[in-house]
Design a protein around this ligand. Structure first.
Ligand code: ZN
Length: 227
């Protein structure tokens, strides 16, 4: 049976950093993948360069979605790095609208203890929007890690990321690297945690932790199975 997958991220590039290899597997499986990008991912860092950077990132996002065979994606315009200035219920309601339309079964989103405030708020909003009410389509919720946000947080920001779910991406690691190259402007120079080499290293480490060449690691937050 084909899966209906919804990825909910704060910024364009989080989906590739966190679960790009897994999304490539969903693509090859013929699953339907939809992505929500909650912010434009630009404003707070370089307001003076808004126009040109935004264009580059939007183009990168389009190219990545094309390679992932993502036919539908939503660009919300919540304020970048300032999602704490928005009332949580407003964020929840936007996600609920998409859940209603798309009826996904699997959700991928941020870890609730990331350093980045947008990541934490998106996590909270997703967990609220996906509360397990009768007739909810969602049966699995997974959170992923994002280099230079997940491991840079303190325990008090929402708890450490402790993976308990691994996806083997050994056959997709090269293609994940290509996806990251599409976001070259967002990547830093090695040995920065957000360098392409560091992401590859993390995926190798996660794989090696469970006897694989490369893996993406997740925390399984909820799974409903009817046997
Ligand atoms: Zn992000």
């Amino acid at each position: 049976m084909k899966n209906k997958v919804l990825v909910i991220v704060a910024h364009a590039d989080d989906e590739t950093l966190g679960c790009g290899g897994t999304l490539l597997k969903h693509r090859d499986n013929g699953d339907e993948v939809v992505i929500i990008f909650m912010t434009d991912g630009i404003g707070a860092r370089n307001p003076e360069k808004n126009g040109s950077e935004e264009k580059l990132r939007m183009q990168a996002q389009k190219n990545v979605c094309a390679q992932l065979n993502v036919k539908k994606f939503y660009n919300f315009s919540f304020p970048d790095n300032r999602m704490d200035s928005v009332t949580l219920i407003d964020v929840v309601q936007e996600i609920e609208k998409v859940l209603h339309i798309q009826q996904p079964s699997i959700i991928y989103t941020h870890h609730g203890g990331d350093l980045n405030i947008d990541h934490r708020i998106v996590h909270q909003a997703v967990m609220t929007a996906c509360r397990p009410q009768p007739n909810s389509s969602v049966h699995t919720i997974l959170s992923f890690e994002v280099n230079s946000s997940t491991e840079w947080a303190s325990e008090n920001m929402g708890g450490h990321f402790i993976p308990n779910y691994y996806v083997d991406i050994s056959s997709f690691i090269k293609e994940k690297e290509q996806l990251l190259n599409l976001y070259a402007d967002e990547m830093r120079v090695y040995p920065h945690s957000r360098s392409i080499e560091a992401v590859m290293n993390l995926n190798k480490l996660r794989g090696n932790s469970v006897g694989l060449q490369a893996a993406e690691a997740f925390m399984l937050l909820r799974q409903i199975i009817v046997i």
